[in-house]
Design a protein around this ligand. Structure first.
Ligand code: HEM
Length: 138
């Protein structure tokens, strides 16, 4: 019986080099585009360390080498986001950068479609404010 290799988004994206380019584009656009100010305000201006952490997370998450998992023993990133106020606006800014970065590296329609819903679910799961409370005046 021939064994079929499972096609993972990591490979469809183009492997390590493509993922490094994606993460680089994500934070460069965040800092320079002016389109995602809330997200930019939450991050320090030096994104070197966070770039490496997002790279490792996405490598694991997209089905490539499980770098984040091996280092941390878990894929849970809820605690890491708890110190930050994340509502719909912040979630959507994250997704804007994600989509822009995918475009920039020339990701295929197939891989973009494959990850569209799942990445939204991760970002949405990180929301930690009641929108009504956040917008309340008193
Ligand atoms: C929903 C909107 C999001 C916001 C506002 C946000 C914001 C942040 C901020 C401010 C940090 C800390 C940066 C630092 O340490 O300098 C962070 C860390 C991180 N974020 Fe997000 N993030 C979001 C969504 C996501 C998503 C969807 C992913 C994964 C697909 C992700 C993966 C990570 C990882 C891996 C870290 C590092 C965690 C660690 O080192 O323990 N984030 N995020």
């Amino acid at each position: 019986m021939t064994e079929q290799k499972r096609v993972v988004p990591y490979d469809l994206l183009g492997g390590e080099d493509a993922l490094l380019a994606l993460v680089e584009a994500f934070y460069r656009n965040m800092k320079e585009s002016g389109e995602t100010p809330m997200l930019k305000a939450m991050h320090s201006s030096n994104t070197k360390s966070i770039e490496s952490r997002l790279f490792k997370y996405l490598s694991s998450w997209l089905g490539g080498p499980s770098l984040f998992m091996e280092e941390r023993g878990s894929m849970c990133i809820t605690d890491a986001h708890r110190p930050f106020t994340i509502g719909r606006r912040e979630r959507d800014e994250w997704i804007i950068n994600w989509n822009k970065a995918l475009e920039e590296i020339g990701a295929s329609e197939e891989v973009k479609e494959m990850v569209r819903e799942p990445i939204f679910r991760v970002a949405d799961m990180l929301r930690n404010v009641d929108e009504d409370d956040k917008n309340a005046v008193a």
